[in-house]
Design a protein around this ligand. Structure first.
Ligand code: FES
Length: 167
């Protein structure tokens, strides 16, 4: 091969390398924002705290667990999540109130209040909880989760998420 042939080949390599570099740069400039957009919801911190108004406290009878439900939809980037919340409001006096999640702490079935037994009963494995959400019998490892409450202008507010209790 002559010296000019080697130069020609080297020029070709240079052009090839330049084209690949410019193509890679253009790909990175176009691709990076797309990848960042797709990944951003999963990288963002989960924002699941909120205050929910359960209405006037006086509508909840004293001494009788009263069920309350709502649905909450969260939009996180391109992801849309709808969650159904269920809870029992237990008003102990004019001003003392506790609100328990209806999610059984065993495997997550929804408990219901049985006035005849004065227990919350989980239908899945017969877990029983007392009116304050403490475990009476069955496999649940801990009491029902509890929401922090607040009374504002006579209305009952709870704060999400529900807190885990150990006893
Ligand atoms: S899910 Fe409630 S006892 Fe198993």
């Amino acid at each position: 091969m002559s010296a000019s042939g080697r130069n020609q080949l080297s020029r070709r390599d240079f052009i090839k390398a330049t084209v690949i570099s410019i193509g890679g740069l253009i790909g990175a400039v176009i691709g990076m924002p797309s990848v960042a957009y797709l990944l951003s919801p999963s990288l963002r911190a989960e924002e699941d705290s909120a205050s929910i108004d359960l209405g006037p406290l006086e509508k909840y009878p004293i001494g009788v667990p009263t069920r309350f439900e709502f649905t909450r939809t969260k939009v996180n980037g391109w992801e849309r999540t709808t969650t159904n919340y269920g809870m029992y409001v237990v008003r102990r006096s004019e001003s003392e109130v506790r609100v328990f999640s209806d999610i059984c702490t065993h495997l997550g079935c929804r408990v219901t209040w049985h006035p005849d037994q004065e227990h919350y009963v989980s239908p899945c494995h017969d877990g029983h909880f007392d009116i304050e959400g403490s475990v009476i019998s069955g496999p649940p490892p801990r009491p029902l989760d509890e929401f922090v409450t607040e009374i504002e202008d006579g209305n009952l507010l709870i704060h999400l998420p529900a807190l885990k209790r150990t006893s």
